[in-house]
Design a protein around this ligand. Structure first.
Ligand code: UDP
Ligand code: GLC
Length: 391
């Protein structure tokens, strides 16, 4: 039964960078805000995008000591952040009193949101966008997230079965529902082909096949695997779309650029940085590749490649296996396996009919299974139940 209720949701996200979790929220929030609102703990491009989309948004900047508590921070640094954290939570709590619930959209938001929810006496929901294993996080970090969720969250919304399973495996005991990201199909349908030809010229691409990798530059996203694969595919060019978003990713980005400048790859790898025109860029590649070497929590770019009607190659693991049916709606390769990636790219380039068939099947499947409408409906239903139980 659908309960009608005017939900006032306060979405909380610590980051104003444009990561996948923030782009998800940008797609989710219009269904809730107003009367809901998005509250960020720093200023940045995500805040600008929310405002441009007409979504009520606000910033309460986290103090420096809180911002510096990184993924691998030790107990001493964490302790020093406590006074600032309490003050921050108090300010969030004052705001939260005007809302029915707090929706934490990141792990740091879970920390602040847990305290704020207690102070404001509002229910807390956590949207888990990560696979909580030691491949991705420190053991202490996982413990903290799971403990807070168990103690303070009424519900966890996981972005995939994989994220849910890792949470339960790590000791999660709160009810969990899985809601996959929905992607705006219209954005991918609206691409004009002349624009794509012009874009190809502007980027200085030569004739011949092009593969595209659309991810922030980070070791676990595995761009290095694609570079090694390209070394064995001398006719293939690549566009790498995305930038290093977080502190520890800069060094990796430099290493990639150095590798791409070596004679066997020189002139074939184009680093485009962060782009707002992913749908257009996807149209100009022959294959969309996803190369994460650790399980991808969900993988928006995989669905986007499918909606762009491109054949997709993704690494087996995490959310990718919930998205792609190997050999039917794309190809799956083992993570970190250069030879398997070379073979898969070659196979698609040498068999354009197969590539087209996979892409068409993928497009139809993605439209059905990853719509904005379904995502928004599932989240609404989950939140309504949380609030209804509270009353
Ligand atoms: N993206 C973008 N511009 C870029 C690179 C990526 O807009 O230059 C988008 C991409 O289209 C996708 C998101 O960033 O929607 C990345 O989400 P994903 O779930 O694939 O990975 P995450 O970075 O969240 O781990
Ligand atoms: C995270 C994950 C990514 C997922 C996104 C949206 O950033 O790394 O796999 O698609 O959140 O849920």
């Amino acid at each position: 039964m659908t309960v009608r209720l005017n939900l006032r949701t306060l979405f909380l996200d610590h980051s104003a960078a444009l990561g996948g979790a923030e782009l998800y929220l940008l797609d989710l929030a219009p269904a809730f805000a107003p009367p809901g609102e998005v509250l960020l703990l720093e200023e940045g491009p995500f805040y600008e995008k929310l405002r441009a989309a007409g979504i009520p948004a606000d910033v309460i900047a986290a103090p420096e000591a809180v911002r510096r508590v990184a993924r691998e921070a030790g107990p001493f640094r964490a302790l020093r952040a406590v006074p600032g954290l309490l003050r921050l939570a108090w300010r969030v709590a004052r705001k939260a009193r005007a809302f029915d619930l707090i929706y934490a959209n990141s792990q740091k938001a879970l920390v602040v949101g847990s305290l704020a929810a207690q102070m404001a006496r509002r229910p807390l929901v956590w949207n888990l966008h990560d696979v909580l294993t030691t491949e991705h996080f420190s053991a202490m970090n996982i413990r903290l997230a799971v403990t807070l969720a168990n103690r303070f969250a009424r519900l966890v919304i996981a972005n995939s079965e994989a994220s849910k399973a890792a949470f339960l495996e790590a000791g999660g005991r709160v009810p969990v529902v899985v809601v996959h990201n929905g992607i705006d199909v219209e954005r991918f349908a609206a691409v004009d082909s002349e624009q794509v030809v012009a874009l190809r010229q502007k980027l200085g691409l030569r004739d011949g096949p092009v593969v595209g990798l659309f991810s922030r530059l980070a070791p676990w996203k595995g761009q290095h695997v694609l570079l090694e694969a390209l070394a064995e595919l001398p006719d293939v060019q690549a566009i790498l779309v995305g930038e290093a978003l977080f502190q520890d990713e800069q060094l990796y980005a430099e290493q990639l650029r150095k590798r791409a400048a070596q004679p066997d790859l020189e002139g074939r790898v184009h680093f485009l940085g962060f782009r707002d025109d992913v749908p257009e860029l996807m149209q100009l590649v022959d294959v969309v590749v996803h190369t994460s070497v650790a399980p991808e929590p969900f993988g928006r770019v995989i669905v986007e490649g499918m909606l762009a009607r491109r054949p997709v190659i993704a690494t087996r693991g995490g959310g990718a296996v919930e998205i792609v049916r190997d050999g039917e709606t794309g190809l799956l390769v083992p993570p970190g396996d250069v030879q398997a990636l070379v073979a898969a790219i070659r196979h698609l380039l040498e068999h354009p009919d197969l590539a087209r068939r996979l892409a068409e099947a993928a497009y139809r499947d993605a439209r059905l299974r990853f719509s904005l409408k379904t995502m928004r409906r599932k989240v609404r239903q989950a939140l309504v139940e949380v609030v209804a139980r509270e009353r």
